[in-house]
Write a protein that binds this ligand. Structure first.
Ligand code: GLA
Length: 386
């Protein structure tokens, strides 16, 4: 049974009727352009075929009542009566409350609803399970108030929920790709101007996601620290964001910077260049160049930005050793979670088998491997009989 069917069926069990609507928003994998979004830079993610689904119907009051199949838990809140003091940190419902809060801050009047939610984006893996919850929630609210779906606007509202309600100072990438993803395409996103360019994957390739199954605590504080270091570097160069510093400018002054801050800045500046080159390679259908840029991105994230861990470095090394692998790198925020590889379509099965075996042998861990096409962004489905 698909997740869509599953939430619809569970809805019918609980409420005695089919849901009125089903909202869905995908997770994502970032192909290249890591830790560049909050530096006004470039990213190249695609939405994946794993998502959060919410089956729902409106209520007559303003309450939101939601049953999570994954946590087997009911949560409820009233958008009219929320306070940040009553937050239960780290809980799934806070992402939904944060969206309700941010929508109201943007001037929306919200209708209540009740529903059932389930998702198959692995949590804490660097595949944006939280953005998927946020965008599915926003999609549900927008549908109930008959708002036209403005993908960029909604991504900004959900980013605000994440930044100010949840407290993770993330950039715009995850929310934007979850809201605006295009089937069969990655998106080159200019995170300053929020312009999007769909680019096709190189022909006869597969995007393989490799979950190391390692997770790190306190990711939020490590992430926010990286962000502060980047801001420090930008203010040293007297610009609003590192996007505005060229490699030449950086190299001419790097010695004057704190050494750690200099490494962080070098990553961001070189990663922006790699991302633009990677988009060129994609437009040219050049998987070899694309893969080389992925490799260089990982090295920079490992040595300069220092957001990898042993498991990520190991699985990336293993992936690169395989025949038909163009390149591999960690993906997402880092500190554990997933890596991504671009591989020749005809070696897919052998690649998965060898990576799984070698990773188990070298680490004693069982990787989880997903092959995903590029999926569409957040959407609403009117269920049969709804
Ligand atoms: C997390 C954040 C994004 C982005 C990545 C790193 O996924 O939510 O905004 O900064 O890390 O590229």
């Amino acid at each position: 049974m698909s997740l869509q069917e599953h939430v619809a069926q569970e809805f019918a069990n609980r409420f005695g009727t089919p849901p009125d609507i089903i909202a869905r928003a995908p997770g994502r994998v970032n192909l290249i352009g890591e830790h560049t979004d909050y530096n006004d830079g470039f990213v190249l993610p695609m939405a994946i075929d794993r998502a959060v689904w919410i089956a729902l119907r409106p209520r007559n009051d303003s309450y939101v009542v939601i049953y999570s199949l994954d946590y087997d838990e009911v949560a409820e809140f009233s958008p009219a009566e929320m306070s940040q003091e009553s937050q239960r940190h780290g809980e799934w419902v806070e992402y939904m409350k944060g969206v309700a809060w941010a929508l109201q801050e943007a001037g929306w009047t919200l209708n209540g609803w009740e529903g059932v939610m389930a998702g198959d984006v692995p949590i804490g893996a660097g595949l944006s399970s939280s953005a998927a919850i946020e965008l599915a929630t926003a999609r549900a609210f927008a549908e109930l108030s008959s708002h036209v779906w403005d993908a960029v606007e909604m991504a900004k509202i959900c980013q605000r929920a994440e930044n100010e309600w949840v407290g993770m100072k993330s950039g715009i990438m995850d929310q934007l790709i979850s809201s605006a993803g295009v089937e069969g395409r990655a998106l080159l996103i200019d995170c300053r101007w929020l312009t999007l360019e769909p680019v096709p994957l190189p022909p006869d390739t597969r995007v393989v996601i490799m979950d190391t199954t390692t997770r790190r605590e306190l990711v939020t504080s490590a992430y926010n620290e990286r962000r502060r270091q980047c801001e420090q570097a930008a203010s040293f160069f007297n610009v609003s964001a590192l996007r505005d510093v060229s490699l030449q400018q950086f190299e001419a002054a790097a010695d004057l910077l704190d050494p750690v801050v200099a490494k962080r800045a070098r990553h961001v500046i070189t990663e922006n260049e790699r991302t633009l080159q990677a988009a060129d390679a994609m437009r040219a259908g050049d998987a070899t160049t694309f893969g080389r840029l992925m490799d260089a991105s990982h090295t920079s994230l490992r040595d300069d930005f220092e957001v990898t861990n042993d498991a990520l470095n190991t699985i990336v090394e293993i992936a690169r050793r395989q025949a038909g692998c163009y390149g591999a790198r960690m993906t997402g925020g880092g500190f554990g979670g997933c890596a991504v590889a671009l591989v020749r379509a005809d070696v897919e099965a052998a690649f998965i088998e060898s990576v799984t075996a070698a990773y188990r042998q070298e680490t004693g861990l069982d990787a989880r491997i997903y092959v995903s096409p590029a999926a569409a962004g957040a959407s609403v489905v009117v269920p049969v009989g709804g």
